[in-house]
Design a protein around this ligand. Structure first.
Ligand SMILES: [Zn+2]
Length: 331
């Protein structure tokens, strides 16, 4: 597939539904042979007028959307694909309001489209741990989101307060309706993992570290008490944010960058994000951050788009699931 390089090219290129179908099919079935979603047979022929395949084995008809995040959506791929291009490439994200205007769909539809696409770009699992047994460097930090919109910045004073009076802290955070986001950054791979956690208790944050970081890694954090006791399994060094933000290699600046991007998005593009949806916005931002261009890995807009497009299969999100009416475990 010859890929467009810019948003404008992408919109023009994907204005033809057949081109979209070919693009999605090429990512799903690189061998050029569609696979039947019912019987897995690779014997099928294309019904051109209906833009569907017919399985030679079980005789069912299926479209390229079947078995992907696009399944069941009345919105044509000619709108889905430009939406995906925008989501993976706009550094500050795109609001449902803007997307609705750009694509000529309702804001409600645009909101649903964006959330489905966030599921597409969600980083799969945490199978590979960060760091290394011989002191691979990892930053950990937490950030607070929510409360008054004007007040979204992480309050340094609060955080420093935590060092002094750990016990009263959590109640205060809770009272101010802040949501806690915990982040880990691996300096070797330049990748970040961030998620909403229920609180800043030592047990909570250390569990995340144990799940995500190899024993023997060097962990850099601030002096929050939640990070005490890491020394039995890790090399742990802290920077006292009351005095300095950098102590040689001991700092959490990469995560600070991630937090400031996150806050710019949340206070600008996504004005009101409920804590319930915050993980999905984090998924979106992690995708852009972890697939940003670096010296060693010069990714461009088209690369990010194709990567996202390669992840559309076997994803499913209904409106009811999204609005919290039913529970569905995420794979
Ligand atoms: Zn079949």
């Amino acid at each position: 597939m010859e890929t467009p390089k810019t948003l404008l090219e992408a919109i023009q290129y994907f204005s033809d539904e057949q081109v979209c179908i070919d693009a999605v099919a090429a990512m799903r079935w690189p061998d050029g042979k569609p696979k039947c979603p019912e019987c897995w047979s690779k014997e099928a022929y294309y019904l051109k007028t209906q833009k569907r395949w017919k399985c030679r084995e079980c005789r069912i008809q299926y479209s390229v959307k079947r078995g992907t995040i696009f399944e069941g959506s009345p919105i044509p791929l000619a709108k889905w694909l430009p939406a995906m291009w925008l989501l993976v490439n706009c550094k500050n994200g795109i609001s449902s309001y803007e997307l609705a205007k750009d694509l000529g769909i309702t804001q409600k539809s645009a909101w649903f489209v964006l959330h489905r696409l966030r599921l597409v770009v969600k980083t799969p699992g945490t199978a590979i741990k960060f760091g290394s047994n011989d002191g691979g460097e990892v930053e950990v930090d937490e950030s607070f989101v929510g409360g008054k919109i004007k007040n979204m910045h992480r309050s340094r004073a609060m955080k420093l307060g935590q060092v002094k009076q750990a016990s009263g802290y959590e109640t205060r955070v809770h009272n101010e309706n802040k949501t806690v986001v915990f982040g880990i950054f691996d300096r070797e791979s330049r990748q970040v993992r961030a998620k909403v956690v229920p609180n800043v208790k030592r047990e909570t944050l250390q569990n995340e570290i144990l799940k995500n970081v190899k024993y023997g890694s060097a962990i850099y954090s601030d002096q929050a008490v939640a990070y005490d006791d890491l020394r039995c399994r890790y090399i742990h060094d802290t920077v006292n944010h009351a005095e300095a933000y950098v102590k040689g290699r001991v700092h959490t600046n990469s995560l600070e960058n991630f937090w400031s991007l996150m806050k710019r998005n949340l206070s600008g593009t996504y004005v009101a994000v409920e804590p319930f949806h915050l993980d999905r916005y984090l998924d979106e931002q992690m995708f852009r951050f972890n697939n940003r261009a670096t010296k060693d890995n010069p990714l461009d807009d088209a690369d990010r788009f194709l990567l996202a497009l390669s992840q559309v299969a076997n994803k499913h999100l209904t409106y009811a699931e999204l609005t919290g009416k039913t529970e569905r475990p995420e794979a």
